[in-house]
Design a protein around this ligand. Sequence first.
Ligand SMILES: Nc1ncnc2c1ncn2[C@@H]1O[C@H](COP(=O)(O)OP(=O)(O)OP(=O)(O)O)[C@@H](O)[C@H]1O
Length: 921
Amino acid sequence: MDDILRFALLGLGLGALYALTAHGIVLVYRGSGVLNFAHGAIGMAGAYVQWELAVNHGVPYWPAVACGVLGSTVLGVLTHLLVIRPLRRASSLARLVGTLAVFIVLTAVAVKRYGDSVQLVPAKLPSGLVEIAGATVSEDRIWLLGIAVVVTAALHALYKRTLFGLGTTAVAENQGAAASLGWSADLIAAANWGLGSALAGLTGILIVPVIGLSVTGLTTLLLSALAAALVGRFSSFPVTLAGGLVIGVVQSELTRFGSDVTGLAASVPFLVIALMLVARGRALPLRGTFLERLPALGTGRVRPVPLALAVATGLLLIALSSPLWADAITNTLVLSLIILSIIVVTGYAGQVSLAAYALAGTGAFIAGHAAADWGWPFELALLAGVLGTVPIGLLFALPAVRTRGVNLAIITLGLGTTLETMVFQNTDLSTTPGSDGIAVGKQTLFGIDISGVDHPQRYAAVVLVMLVAATLVVANVRRSRTGRRLIAVRANERAAAALGIDVRAAKLYAFGLSAAIAALAGVLTGFRSTSVVFADFASFESITALGLAVIGGVGFLVGPLFAATFAAGTVGARFGDLVLPGLSEWMPLIGGIILVLTLVGNQDGIGRELGKQAAGAERRLLSKRGPKHAGAAQDTAAGAGMAEGDESAAPDVRPAAPSRATHRAPGLPLRVRDLTVRYGGVVAVDGLSFDIEPGRVVGLIGPNGAGKTSAIDAVTGFTRAASGSVRLGDRDVTRLPVHRRAGSGLSRSFQSLELFEDMSVLDNLYAACDRPGPWTYLMDLVRPGSRPLPAHVLVAVREFGLESALDRPVGDLSYGERRLLAIARAVATSPSVLLLDEPAAGLSDDESRELAHLVRRLAEDWGMGVLLVEHDVDMVMSVCDEVVVLDFGRRICVGTPEEVRGDPAVRAAYLGDLAPEEVAP
Ligand SMILES: Nc1ncnc2c1ncn2[C@@H]1O[C@H](COP(=O)(O)OP(=O)(O)OP(=O)(O)O)[C@@H](O)[C@H]1O
């Protein structure tokens, strides 16, 4: 009993430190919307400044503390000014990686100066023993708790009661509105960065007497602090404090009572994170989720001749290299594989995962046991490692189904760290007795000795071949239907689901493939020497790998190889040493600085530049050779083997069949009965019923806020209906998810269009009409194939006048063209029923008339049923066979346009605002 209390008191001290760290993270997040992964590193810097001054320069304690806190503050403000502010219009991935870059730079500087030693720092807080309710505990824990309570109260007051606090809240909620009230978002962000970082420094100085001063010690606090911040929803300081304390206490009790399970206590923060995020997450983001610019993507086109030349040159270099160079080449290639795995999941599918090294370690773990325990040969062990990691990768993907962005980064880092502490660092599981890892011995491949110890050149050659094979697979995926689906999900999950794309399956696929590639890297790393050592798979290395991926260009297949050369131990580092002896020790720092420069200067990384150069070289070559060779040379020229140009892959718009509208299936009628939609207490749709027969256009009108969009959302599955049913033909689709409703014939457009902005018009259409079968996901790995646009889509392209726009990026289209594309894309899914949400908004009178004509033709010539939600009453009355009028979610009238016009209730509720001539027949 005494023990329980004693460990609880110890835990309160620890929890207080978590809460203080979390407060700093919350300040920065509220002030600038950025989750600062460098928070621990900034705190570490402050602690080192204080320690240096006090120990090496004899500065008295308190002035040294002040300098340490000031040092952290300056670092925080500089991070804002030099890294985050220039990235304010960039993607949130870029900002996240910006803080990772600061983390990398600070860690690199500290490692350079202090190595990986841990300094014992004498405690300054009173450390006598006190007795509380029979339990003895060191006094400093009580002090820590007291400091945390005081700081929490001060921050709470600052943000609730002062102008500065109100300004921060205003900016956090709506930058535009805050700016119009005279709040400078920039100033507020800088101040919060400064304050948050000061707190990081103070916490660092307070904590090092407890955990020792080391480069990485404070960073490992990050997960616990993030968990506390999440409990407080990144806004409430008192709740964050409570969260931190509970986590600290539970952890402390587990170190006492659960110590037989390795890493259990360390995993508590992660469990908290996982539960909070998944419980609060949503399968699809809400309407109006901010759409941002995404990193550019390559085309995935492979030019066989340069590729073959590059591989041959690589093999020749390996054959000529000394063992040390061969090792450096292997390091480079293995790291390239890790980065390639990030390209699949983050570049293509847009999911920020920080689990690359955890998955690599898993591959090595499985393959290591297969080889060491069951005596499997290398080939089989490798296969087991790669395939066995896929299910673990899918496990990592589960949170991605309900969370995204920064939250996903946190949760994957947490899962990875848990795996590391519970499995990789558990010597019972990860070492063979008498060895420093899992003893796997020397390897042969198809009877040839490829041992990395005896024949490093052969081993490097094997790794090169594997890297090329993996890259070709990823290139296939990029060009395939599956790749288009991943990219559609990255661009806009809501729109993707509305087109019948199974967003969850796409994410799982990306994680699965990425896990397999990371595992391949892991096995190849582990099996180089005679035992698999897990120090090679530190979870936090995934942060550096993501940074490198961004340097290389997270959407480009040439990126990995170039990016990998910036890391320690690689070919780049050895070259550096040749040019300037000792340079390799600075590699991490140089890499970090290059990352910052890459982000600020050109978010799309080296890959994009290489692609452009290659495309330019190709064009020049073509123009010299003359037009005769143009076609043949298209696939061959280019610099670095697989350099993908900027241009999109040549579209295949051959008509697949006669150009008559070939509708997929006989149109099915839609029957909606007693549909009710509630948002909390608001009843947005109240018992709505209507039918749409094939070939008929039904209008749904009503004043603003009447519930029209909510009705479409509920019919298509974006909002759960509280009650009522939706049937398409004989099928009850009420409970189906969005993509399955779309697949069975319900297609919609959005008021805000929700086009895939970074894709071409053609790819927007392809994303809608691709209908992959059950084996497509696997076939696309090896044979992407190119398919012509189906006949009905070609007809739609012509009808909507988009022929000349097919190759253009959506961002270049005019407003009217964008509106037409949104409808054409919905039509491309060949629906039975098309639900159009304010398609004419913002169009001129002529354009609206043209659109009305098109809508009529969709019904009459294509046999679709159309639901038209529109404020343009003229258009509705001229196009619709029947009109349903909503007011406050209730159907107040239904009938032909004439009947509706004459209805007194409608005139009172809606048409009454209009001028008499607009209402007159
Ligand atoms: N996510 C939500 N949470 C809470 N209330 C919501 C949500 N979405 C819509 N509402 C409310 O539901 C009601 C119906 O909104 P809805 O957007 O469906 O109307 P609408 O007829 O499409 O309006 P408009 O013509 O302005 O587009 C409104 O009172 C709106 O404020």
